[in-house]
Write a protein that binds this ligand. Structure first.
Ligand SMILES: [Zn+2]
Length: 72
């Protein structure tokens, strides 16, 4: 479970807003592994920042053969 920082890194206010989240592809030039980038913006001071976590998006286990397909 990913838990973001609880306070703004600039003014330490906890009143930040979640702005968005996006997957980030690996960047071989920068030596980066794929991850998830989450963007926040502080309410009081307006500072915005990003939090990157190495990403392994949760992978779905392979469907069990023979199991009934629900939905669709
Ligand atoms: Zn702030």
């Amino acid at each position: 479970m990913f838990v973001p920082d609880k306070t703004c890194p600039k003014c330490t206010s906890p009143q930040y807003k979640f702005r968005g989240r996006k997957p980030v592809d690996a960047n071989e030039k920068k030596g980066l592994h794929p991850g998830i980038e989450t963007k926040y913006q502080c309410g009081p001071c307006g500072h915005s920042w990003k939090v990157w976590v190495p990403g392994e998006l949760p992978t779905m286990p392979p469907a069990v053969s023979g199991a009934p397909v629900v939905g669709e």
